[in-house]
Design a protein around this ligand. Structure first.
Ligand SMILES: NC(=O)c1ccc[n+]([C@@H]2O[C@H](COP(=O)([O-])OP(=O)(O)OC[C@H]3O[C@@H](n4cnc5c(N)ncnc54)[C@H](OP(=O)(O)O)[C@@H]3O)[C@@H](O)[C@H]2O)c1
Length: 314
């Protein structure tokens, strides 16, 4: 794969323009791990991704209660891959001193002495985000992490995290937020502008909108499990014109709706991290790399998605 690498924020971490998300690996609550896919599928999804040029893996201590991190340790054989995990600010973590034990737990499950990117999963109270950032700096000084990221931070929280880290000359590498053709809130709430201004990479999570933008879910065939509550039949009906446009653009290029949807997020200068439960999905998703939508195609997708997506202010 001779895909151009991109740099995460102002760090020295270089990755392909798309990564992969590891939430579903071991998660039975939302993703129904063990039902239709299992360990061997996860292994082959990882292997297929690496073979397809993916070198950025995003997990979290909470995914599958640690199982996702363990799967990465067991199945990822790519010494130069960039690995990201996250610290969850549980309400019972009453002080930022809890970051270090959480990080050590992740490192143990990942089988690593140091993780490339360590992210605060949310900006929840009670601990001030500045305190978490100072704990991140200490972890970096101790050689346990290479770069600092955040997730689900608003524009204002991103600025505060950036400012706190800048006091110790540490760049804020990334803000991982929900972004897809059906979730364009960051274009309107200041997050995208703030990240651009500060040189913080936007990592786009749920870039296929939890499977919806593949086009396989319809009012007659809604997604299984808890996703059915999040995505009503009415919503599934409303997005069909967008799916039709994805299909039309994809057909002309020999690409699938999911590949077009992923390419769109890259054209918006974000790094998508689609989840893949098996080799087939991983193989399809890597097909989003190595080409680029035209300005006209992007404009057509912008227009139709604005008419149907959930977060636009109109
Ligand atoms: N920081 C945060 O708070 C946060 C929150 C959410 C996600 N994330 C990260 O972002 C990653 C991706 O987000 P996500 O998993 O929520 O959503 P996503 O990437 O939009 O969708 C992934 C799901 O879509 C389906 N799928 C994937 N590729 C497909 C394909 N080619 N064709 C058809 N179906 C396909 C699979 O589920 P089915 O086959 O069951 O439909 C898969 O589990 C996560 O793994 C995680 O790393 C972070």
């Amino acid at each position: 794969m001779d895909e151009m690498k991109i740099t995460l924020g102002k760090t020295d971490l270089q990755i392909a323009p798309m990564g992969i998300g590891a939430w579903s690996w071991g998660d039975s609550l939302i993703w129904q791990f063990g039902k239709g896919y299992g360990e061997d599928d996860v292994r082959r999804a990882i292997e297929t991704s690496v073979a397809g040029g993916i070198d950025f893996f995003d997990t979290a201590e909470v995914y599958g209660f640690g199982r996702s991190e363990k799967f990465l340790a067991r199945f990822l054989r790519a010494p130069r891959a960039v690995i990201a995990t996250k610290c969850f600010p549980f309400p019972w973590r009453l002080s930022a001193t809890r970051l270090l034990p959480a990080l050590r737990g992740s490192l143990k499950r990942l089988g690593l002495a140091r993780v490339d990117l360590y992210q605060m999963h949310w900006a929840f109270p009670p601990v001030a985000l500045e305190s978490w950032m100072r704990a991140m700096e200490d972890a970096r000084d101790a050689g346990l992490i290479r770069a600092v990221g955040v997730s689900n931070y608003s524009a204002e929280q991103t600025r505060r995290a950036h400012r706190e880290l800048a006091r110790r000359n540490i760049p804020l590498a990334s803000n991982q937020v929900k972004y897809s053709l059906l979730s364009r809130g960051i274009e309107y709430n200041g997050v995208m502008d703030a990240c651009r201004e500060l040189g913080v990479t936007i990592i786009a999570y749920s870039p296929i909108e939890m499977g919806l933008l593949s086009g396989k879910y319809t009012p007659e065939n809604p997604p299984p499990g808890l996703r059915a509550q999040r995505y009503s039949r009415a919503l599934l009906a409303r997005i069909q014109p967008l799916i039709a446009t994805l299909r039309e653009i994809g057909n002309a290029r020999g690409k699938t709706p999911a590949q077009v949807a992923l390419n769109w997020t890259m054209c918006k200068n974000t790094v998508p991290i689609p989840g893949a439960k098996n080799a087939r999905q991983a193989q399809e998703n890597v097909g989003a790399l190595g080409w680029r939508l035209t300005a006209d195609e992007i404009a057509a997708l912008d227009e139709i998605s604005e008419r149907v997506h959930q977060n636009a202010p109109h």
